[in-house]
Ligand binder design. Sequence first.
Ligand code: AP5
Length: 251
Amino acid sequence: MVSPKPEADTASAGASANRLRLVLLGPPGAGKGTLAEVLARRLRVEHWATGDLLRLAVRNGGVLGAELKRYIDSGELVPDELVIRLLLDRMSDGGAWQTGFILDGFPRTVEQARQFDMALQRQRLRLDLVFHFATSTPVIINRLSGRRVCPRCQKSYHVRNIPPKKPGVCDQCGESLVQREDDREATVRHRLEIYGAESALLLQYYQERGLLAEVNGDWDIELLYRTLISIFDRRALVTSAERDSLLAATS
Ligand code: AP5
């Protein structure tokens, strides 16, 4: 007789949308942050974006903040050990291991992926799925040149695709929207080069573990969202009732 595995040790045990542990990979401007926000709200899971955590550390100032700002503004990756420590500390502080979560912008390197897997193993957990948003360069340039972000609550908009109700003002908190320093075209091109150099091995890492699902990042958000839900359904990561309610969600 085969003993049942403990629930925490199985990826899809007791399929439940709010226990999903997901990673969104893709180039800058692929829409990871935008979709992660929608998915996290509808799945009721945590959204961890290392870019946001790092920008918060920059705003907190000090020597570390100044050092991180140099990496981010130039489009370089922050060293692995700094990012891993920051993310794991924040996740542990927030008790995040007990709930589902979406990682957005992490991991960026195979070393980050390995270290995160080890942290999951210590909690007797593993990832359920890794989405790769394959996105074309003209779409990326268009999205990043039109992106505006709220410096207070981090909500992201696009001047044409996803405009705020009042131009230049955050719908959520009323702050004036700004353009990110690293969204200038030369820096975007450098970020794309770095992504190209790091991503192949990272995608292979997750492919070999049977976790990778490829989606077309050029699509609009609702189509992408529906595609992700159908992938959860095909992999039995959600129940049919959860699938139907996630497909019906509008907020
Ligand atoms: P980070 O903030 O993670 O930036 P990124 O990965 O380069 O991704 P972006 O935020 O630019 O794009 P996104 O895919 O989230 O797109 P979004 O949804 O906003 O990292 C910034 C920097 O921090 C890095 O360069 C590095 O220095 C450092 N860093 C972060 N993580 C690190 C790590 N793990 N290791 C080392 N260093 C790290 O969408 C973009 C625009 O398009 C928006 O205006 C949006 O409204 C619009 N849009 C989105 N989706 C769609 C759609 N489907 N249709 C139409 N418009 C859309």
